[in-house]
Structure formats: structure tokens, C-alpha cells
Unconditional design. Structure first.
Ligand code: FEO
Length: 170
């Protein structure tokens, strides 16, 4: 049995990760509408990764004999008005998710739940990578995005992103 608060926070995190998937699908949809299929591809794959994150937590709870409670997924709430605005909304969202993971880690630490802390280590590292990726996207857009040729090249680069399953196996 996990601690009640830890279990509840993990349950909520499933919902947050599925929301993240939904949000990035919305980003992908925005870029499809702009004709920037590379950016659309990048966020489509990001949505797949977020679903994976949710499934890892779902499986972890089940493996620990905890009841999983699935709640409604909120409508994506970011206003998508410009390419750079979308990228910045992505970074802001990842920083928020990092804070959520840290909160769960802190709750596990409080009750000496070392198993959950070890499980969350992967997420702590993943969040570092996700924030770096979001920052890199913004930097590249600042450098090249205002020039049509630069934007074309950046879009082509992002089109090359391929999905790979998470390295964490439960
Ligand atoms: Fe699952 Fe992007 O955090």
C-alpha cells in the first residue's frame, strides 16, 4: 500500500499527463493549420510521449495494488495566437509539470517511500530534458524563425523527429 497522499498525487498526475498529451495535440493541430508540418510532427510525437508518461504512472499504481481513478480531461486552455507564443506556452507547461513531479517526490520523501522516489527519478530526469527541449525550440525560433528560409529549415529539422518508447520499463 502506498501512502494516501502519494497515491492521490500519482492518480492526479495521470490526468495531468493525459492533459499534456491533449495540449500538445492542440499545438500540433495549430501548426498543421499554419502549414508547418515539421512543428506539427514534433508536437504530435510529444503528445505520444505524454500518453506514455500517463501509462507508466497508471501501471505503477496498479503494480502497487492501488486503485486508479480516471477523471475528465480538461480542454486545452492555452490561447494559440503565434508560433512563438505556442513554443513559450510549451515551456511554461513543462515548468508546471516539473513542479508537480517535485511535489509528488516531496510527498514520497516525507513518508520515506523510497520505491516511489526511485520510480520518480526517471520523471525528474525526463522533465529536465523536456524543459531543455522547449528552451531549445524557443532559442532556434528566435535565431531563425523570422527569416522564411530559416523557418523552412527549422521546420524540416523538426519533421525528422521520430517516436521512441520510453526508456523506463515497469
Ligand atoms: Fe510528461 Fe512533458 O511531461
Amino acid at each position: 500500500m502506498l501512502d494516501k497522499k502519494v497515491s492521490e498525487l500519482l492518480n492526479q498526475q495521470i490526468n495531468k499527463e493525459l492533459y499534456s498529451a491533449y495540449l500538445y495535440l492542440d499545438f500540433s493541430n495549430y501548426f498543421e493549420g499554419r502549414g508547418l508540418n515539421g512543428f506539427a510532427n514534433w508536437y504530435y510525437i510529444q503528445a505520444q510521449e505524454e500518453r506514455d508518461h500517463a501509462m507508466l504512472i497508471y501501471r505503477y499504481l496498479q503494480n502497487n495494488n492501488e486503485t486508479v481513478t480516471l477523471e475528465a480531461i480538461a480542454k486545452p486552455d492555452k490561447v494559440l495566437e503565434s508560433d512563438m507564443g505556442v513554443l513559450k506556452a510549451g515551456l511554461e507547461h513543462e515548468q508546471y509539470v516539473t513542479s508537480l513531479i517535485n511535489d509528488i517526490y516531496a510527498a514520497a520523501y516525507d513518508v520515506k517511500d523510497f520505491r516511489t522516489m526511485q520510480f520518480l527519478d526517471w520523471f525528474v530526469k525526463e522533465q529536465g530534458e523536456e524543459e531543455t527541449n522547449a528552451n531549445d525550440m524557443i532559442s532556434k525560433m528566435e535565431l531563425f524563425g523570422s527569416d522564411p528560409k530559416g523557418l523552412y529549415m527549422l521546420n524540416s529539422e523538426l519533421a525528422g523527429r521520430v517516436y521512441s518508447a520510453p526508456s523506463l520499463v515497469l
